[in-house]
Design a binder for this molecule. Structure first.
Ligand SMILES: C[S@@+](CC[C@H](N)C(=O)[O-])C[C@H]1O[C@@H](n2cnc3c(N)ncnc32)[C@H](O)[C@@H]1O
Length: 196
């Protein structure tokens, strides 16, 4: 069972096709969807269910593809997802994704800087998923840790695909005394770290 409904799966399939085309047709970086790999989405659903995560925060919505996985987990736990996106065109696209998928009752889409948004959560988040610009990761680490409750999880994408760019973030996260975690070699490389 993967907990992704047929209606959500149908929207995901459309976004997967567009993301695949973006990666080969010369679409400029800022317009590409840059979605997570499906196995990473399934890992997120599994973690949410295992933890009973109900307060879920995402930084970097893009089309809403990863959010649809987070929402599929949240549907099971009775939770909610707050997702942050700075690009107005992506906000519009994601809003359509959530309406089409029927998850807008449990997803709150905020057109705002997610790093600043994390600061307002103060120890209440069960899971933070970080998938913004790689230059933002190091600055997001402290706010993400402070947003998590003890036992809450930080998951961050692209630790292997952007190994050099994220070396400082990886070192800072894995050596932070408030976290215990590792980089899991699935998808593009996922940092998974629990708040102590
Ligand atoms: C890699 S894409 C996210 C992909 C998405 N998580 C998915 O898997 O479908 C990164 C997105 O983060 C957005 N972004 C970058 N910095 C941000 C920030 N500080 N707060 C919120 N969104 C941000 C970008 O506009 C872009 O749409």
């Amino acid at each position: 069972m993967n907990l992704v409904s047929g209606r959500v799966r149908s929207v995901m399939a459309t976004l997967e096709a567009r993301d695949a085309a973006d990666r080969t047709d010369g679409t400029p970086q800022e317009l590409r969807l840059r979605a997570i790999r499906p196995e990473v989405g399934q890992m997120l659903v599994t973690l949410i269910v295992a933890m009973g995560a109900r307060t879920i925060v995402e930084v970097g919505t893009s089309s809403g593809y990863s959010t649809l996985y987070l929402a599929s987990g949240a549907r099971r736990t009775g939770g909610r997802v707050v997702t942050y996106e700075v690009d107005p065109a992506k906000v519009e696209l994601a809003g359509g994704s959530f309406a089409d998928a029927g998850v807008d009752d449990i997803v709150e889409l905020r057109h705002a800087d997610g790093v600043a948004g994390l600061a307002s959560i103060a120890g209440r988040a069960d899971l933070v998923f970080l998938d913004a610009e790689k230059g933002d990761y190091l600055g997001a680490l402290g706010p993400a840790i402070e947003a998590l409750r003890p036992g809450g999880l930080l998951v961050a994408d692209n630790l292997i695909s952007h190994e050099a760019d994220l070396a400082g973030f990886r070192e800072a996260a894995l050596s932070d005394t408030r976290l215990v975690g590792l980089v899991v070699p699935i998808g593009r490389g996922e940092l998974v770290a629990a708040r102590l």
